[in-house]
Design a protein around this ligand. Structure first.
Ligand code: SAM
Ligand code: SF4
Length: 322
């Protein structure tokens, strides 16, 4: 079992397979082109898989593949199948922007994928294009349709930014009509995002929803989820992820592996250790030691609740996978 220095049990590994992305979301990455990590610096699927096996043997029960945009890396279905074949009761999930999903959904499902989280920031083509800095909505919606058709369990993520996509009710109604749980995520300030970006707070999100629907209860919290869910009249449940509140970290059960092999204990901080050499040398004991050290050093809380501009996180979401 994997326990950190604050007694939190960890059973969830998020694996970023690439930092590259076909979007430039204002809240995630800089608009101007910059140089990517050279492809030869990335761990191969076989190498990532070696570490995933070590982690599963140590107690990881859920693996989520993310990025950058994970569907940009070729043969992702082959990688998923490697994990699924190793442990077919693993909770195998993917987070994607869905732009390339239409052609991939069936293969991913057949490889063992069960659940998929999809980013959808607006139902208006021009607003979605403003956020992603590219016209994305038609292909994203096609991708979602296909994922639904092949039977993947879908959740939607939406990051509402003030003055851009803060009119969240169209996304809400689309998700409600399709029975997809939507999670509105408070924008987490970071050095890579557009400087002027300001996110809607959880209170502002609740206020917008309650103008249209009666919220009948706060759903008792599932401690392994970062989201607080609410139920509206009629039974539909939606979630809010509030990193600016302290309780966000209390039940944190996750660690993150980047495509270059950095093992990251917390989304906010720069701390990380590399598992690259251990994996390339087939040194399982060393990999386990690094995993345990990263957990031991995991901080108690992020600092998004600290209202100080000097405290903005320098971690890049497109590298950690969010
Ligand atoms: N490209 C995929 C996608 O967008 O779903 C996967 C990677 S993305 C980094 C994972 C999640 O992080 C997305 O749901 C995205 O909305 C979220 N995210 C990125 N930057 C964020 C920020 N600054 N604050 C809150 N959520 C953020
Ligand atoms: Fe790409 Fe996802 Fe970041 Fe948007 S949030 S830029 S889709 S990695």
């Amino acid at each position: 079992m994997l326990i950190d220095g604050y007694g939190r049990k960890h059973d969830y590994l998020r694996v970023s397979v690439t930092e590259r992305c076909n979007f430039r979301c204002q809240y995630c990455m800089p608009e101007k082109p910059f140089s990517w990590v050279p492809k030869e610096n990335l761990l191969s699927y076989e190498e990532l898989f070696k570490f995933i096996k070590v982690s599963i043997d140590e107690g990881i029960k859920k693996v989520r593949i993310t990025g950058g945009e994970p569907l940009l890396r070729e043969q992702l279905d082959v990688f998923l199948k490697m994990i699924f074949d190793y442990k077919n009761d693993i909770d195998l999930a993917l987070t994607t922007n869905a732009f390339l999903l239409k052609g991939a959904a069936l293969r991913l499902k057949e490889a063992g994928l069960k659940r998929i989280n999809i980013s959808l920031d607006s139902m208006q083509e021009d607003i979605a294009a403003k956020i992603a800095q590219k016209n994305v909505l038609p292909k994203v919606l096609e991708g979602i349709e296909e994922a639904k058709k092949v039977g993947l369990k879908i959740k939607i993520n939406c990051v509402p930014i003030k003055g851009i996509n803060d009119d969240i009710m169209e996304v809400f109604d689309y998700c409600k009509d399709n029975k997809f749980p939507v999670r509105f995520i408070e924008f987490m300030e970071n050095h890579h995002a557009k400087k002027e970006a300001k996110g809607l707070t959880s209170d502002e999100i609740l206020d917008r929803v309650s103008k249209k629907y009666k919220i009948i209860r706060k759903v008792p919290r599932d401690t392994s989820s970062p989201a607080q869910y609410y139920e509206i009249e009629g039974g539909y449940e939606f979630g809010i992820i509030e990193p600016h509140k302290d309780d966000f970290c209390a039940a944190c059960n996750r660690i993150r592996l980047t495509a270059e092999g950095h093992l990251i204990p917390c989304l906010y901080f720069e701390d990380a250790m590399s598992i690259k050499d251990a994996i390339k040398n087939d040194d399982v004991d060393k990999a386990v030691e690094i995993l345990r050290t990263v957990l031991k050093n995991k901080p108690e809380k992020n600092k998004w609740s600290v209202k100080d501009d000097n405290e903005v996180s320098s971690r890049a979401f497109y590298q950690t996978g969010g």
